[in-house]
Design a protein around this ligand. Structure first.
Ligand code: KIV
Ligand code: NA
Length: 275
């Protein structure tokens, strides 16, 4: 099992950290078997599994349900679970209750929270209570309606400086790692050099300490359009389409099930319909 200390060491020795999202038992099991360092139960479950068009509708119970399934398949892979929309903003008490449930019931190794500002207090509270926290800056999908869409963040000097300051604050609040989503490569590089905790990039270029991508995106599985920063390493869509089309055709054409897929019985045991 990777630990916070081991992930920190990886940054220091320039050993890249790999992370992939997973949402259920098979995606976690296949990711674990394939040798990823860390798994993220992302609230992107909203988009790629549940069919919503943003992460906003996802509930704490949804994240617990998917987190538990992932942990059953993840073996001893370090697993991070996203705290969903508004589950760490209402009050200290509400934040702590939600974090306690998500951490205890899923058995995750860490929780991920988007943003800085008021959220820094939540990062501090959770860390002090014994829950490791991963921060998330840049494009933060839970605030898509405030930041004005799914677009690259920190492109001008003022925004870039603010992002660097927020990254420092996230670290100071106790976060163990920081996801950087959709920020220009040179800015992600600066942040990676500025903070001492590992940065894990998605659409943030090659200088981060690690990379994360969405399972369904890497595999082209149930998704049609991919963002610029995703490299598709497989094409599960084609595999599933051709497999299901062939199944449908073979049933229609009386090809399936052939003898090898059917159970037989002794001739004399077959009852006669006509007595
Ligand atoms: O939910 C998610 O998949 C994420 C990653 C994009 C980092 O938060
Ligand atoms: Na997320």
């Amino acid at each position: 099992m990777k630990t916070r200390a081991k992930l920190q060491k990886m940054k220091e020795s320039n050993d890249k950290i790999t992370m992939i999202t997973a949402y259920d038992y098979p995606s976690a099991k296949l990711s674990e078997e394939s040798g990823v360092d860390t798994i993220l139960v992302g609230d992107s479950v909203a988009n790629v599994v549940l069919g919503y068009d943003s992460t906003i509708p996802v509930t704490l119970d949804d994240m617990i349900h998917h987190g538990k399934a992932v942990k059953r398949g993840a073996g001893d892979t370090f697993t991070v679970v996203d705290m969903p929309f508004m589950s760490y903003h209402i009050s200290r008490e509400d934040t702590m209750k939600n974090a306690k449930r998500l951490f205890q019931e899923t058995g995750a190794q860490a929780l991920k929270l988007e943003g800085a500002g008021e959220v820094l207090e939540s990062i501090r509270l959770l860390t002090q209570a014994g829950i490791p926290v991963v921060g998330h800056l840049g494009l933060t999908p839970q605030t898509v309606n405030v930041i004005g869409g799914y677009r690259i963040q920190g492109k001008n000097k003022k925004d870039a400086e603010e992002l660097i300051e927020n990254a420092k604050r996230v670290e100071e609040s106790g976060a163990m790692a920081l996801v950087l989503e959709c920020v220009p490569e040179p800015l992600a590089n600066l942040i990676t050099e500025t903070v001492s905790i590992p940065t894990i990039g998605i659409g943030a270029g090659k200088h981060c300490d690690g990379q994360v991508l969405v399972y369904h995106d890497i595999l082209k599985y149930g998704v049609d359009r991919l963002p610029k920063f995703v490299k598709p390493y497989g094409n599960v869509n084609d595999l599933i389409h051709s497999s299901i089309e062939q199944y449908v055709n073979e049933v229609k054409e009386d090809i399936f099930p052939s003898k090898e897929y059917a159970y037989d019985m002794d001739e004399e045991e077959i009852p006669s319909l006509y007595g």
